[in-house]
Design a protein. Structure first.
Length: 262
């Protein structure tokens, strides 16, 4: 199967060993690549920074990795991504996932046409060997070559204590500030775990934003999200599981085991 990632992350939108004094500058570097390639305007770069200011550093979804994005708007001309690897990592204020050395920025015209690429990106960054290869890649061409390959996810099968109720599906919400970027990353990783367990037909996973999550909480079994978003949600009447590493199948595996007492 051919990867769609190289179609969205062109080599001229990849910069390695970049220098940035702080997280805002790092996002500006990634946004600048989107601007240079005609993907988005400077207004979108500022919107990505404002997203962190308003919602906290929830875009740092794995150790050393920030997924910068903002809501779709007229500032986005067409869907694409940029890739910035820093020479010296910077702090985003995200606790255990700091400092950040890799920033991938997404600009999307809507919430649909990039979901397959996000699933692929989640897979390659969640694989330790592939992530190590990306961190050591000497050139944009090498990054592109790695992204074009197929990952081999590590799985741990478990089919016990699955939800009962025949064809009934439990709903799990993955939540971020915009319902577009990081929540989709988390959704993709969780669905990978469900596939491993053989629970795909028992649980339905939906990515959404904080406002929608509050309104739909009564329908759901649980919410999975970052610590920052969990604080903003407050008590919604169902369990909220805080996930530190959105690309870690092991962490999602543990969260499911806690929810279902497996």
């Amino acid at each position: 199967m051919t990867s769609s990632l190289p179609e969205l992350i062109h080599q001229d939108s990849i910069v390695l060993e970049a220098e940035a004094p702080d997280w805002q500058s790092a996002i500006r570097l990634a946004g600048g690549l989107l601007e240079k390639s005609g993907i988005a305007s400077a207004e979108y770069t500022q919107a990505m920074i404002d997203n962190v200011v308003e919602n906290g550093p929830y875009i740092v979804i794995a150790p050393g990795f920030a997924f910068a994005h903002a809501r779709p708007s007229e500032a986005v001309h067409h869907t694409g991504m940029s890739w910035v690897r820093l020479k010296e990592p910077v702090d985003f204020g995200s606790g255990e996932n700091d400092p950040v050395s890799l920033i991938v920025a997404l600009a999307a015209v809507d919430s649909k046409d990039h979901t397959n690429a996000l699933a692929e990106l989640s897979g390659v960054l969640g694989d330790d060997d592939t992530r190590a290869a990306l961190d050591a890649a000497p050139s944009p061409a090498a990054i592109s070559a790695i992204l074009s390959g197929e990952g081999a996810p590590t799985t741990v099968a478990d089919t016990k204590n699955r939800p009962s109720g025949g064809n009934e599906q439990h709903l799990i919400l993955t939540v971020c500030g915009n319902g577009l970027g990081t929540s989709l990353f988390l959704k993709n990783t969780l669905e990978g775990v469900l596939e491993t367990w053989g629970w795909g037909r028992h649980l339905n996973v939906e990515a959404t934003d904080t406002i929608s999550a509050r309104g739909r909480a009564s329908e759901a079994k649980a919410i999975l999200t970052s610590g920052e978003i969990a604080k903003s949600l407050g008590d919604v009447g169902i369990p909220i599981k805080v996930i530190e590493n959105f690309t870690s199948k092991d962490e999602l595996d543990r969260a499911l085991r806690e929810l279902y007492n497996v």
